[in-house]
Ligand binder design. Structure first.
Ligand SMILES: [Zn+2]
Length: 161
């Protein structure tokens, strides 16, 4: 699949980062930020079973990509509301992790940012388009999650709870 210049539509001489030879427009390849939450209760954390590719069927943390100019912390709160139907309050920032996201025959760099969180309002009601099930899993004996950034966030979580 040949990448094309987003400004003039000409075929680019290579994958970004590259300069368009037709119009001079610089294209970049930057990680896409996401915000996610580790909702902790009594030594356990809330995991969702992914409904969608990539990694459908695997356990993950609630979260998702930032939209436009959205701050990752705001994305984390919004995603928890959309995926779980609850309002969360963020606690400690756990860390940010550069990882890869394979989707639509591309591998893209992603910068996943995670916060500790607790539910302050609402009862859990999953969005079936996003998750097929949820489970409280033990923090100290967590299974491998859908993305390795999530495993790192769980490790970071163990240092602060
Ligand atoms: Zn161009």
């Amino acid at each position: 699949m040949t990448p094309h210049c987003p400004r003039c539509g000409a075929a680019l001489p290579a994958r970004p980062p590259v300069t368009c030879t037709a119009c001079g427009y610089d294209t970049f390849l930057n990680p896409r930020p996401s915000g996610g939450v580790v909702i902790v209760d009594d030594g356990r954390f809330l995991a969702l079973q992914r409904a969608r590719e990539p990694q459908a069927g695997q356990w993950e943390l609630p979260g998702g990509f930032c939209g436009g100019w959205e701050h990752p912390a705001d994305a984390a709160v919004r995603e928890a509301r959309e995926e779980l139907g609850v309002i969360v309050m963020l606690g400690d920032f756990l860390g940010m992790y550069l990882t890869e996201y394979r989707y639509q025959d591309e591998t893209l760099p992603v910068l996943d940012c995670f916060w500790l969180a607790r539910i302050i309002a609402g009862t859990i009601a999953l969005d079936p388009a996003e998750a097929t099930d949820y489970r409280w899993l033990p923090l100290a004996d967590a299974p491998p999650l859908a993305f390795r950034s999530m495993d790192a966030a769980i490790k970071a979580c163990l240092q602060v709870v």
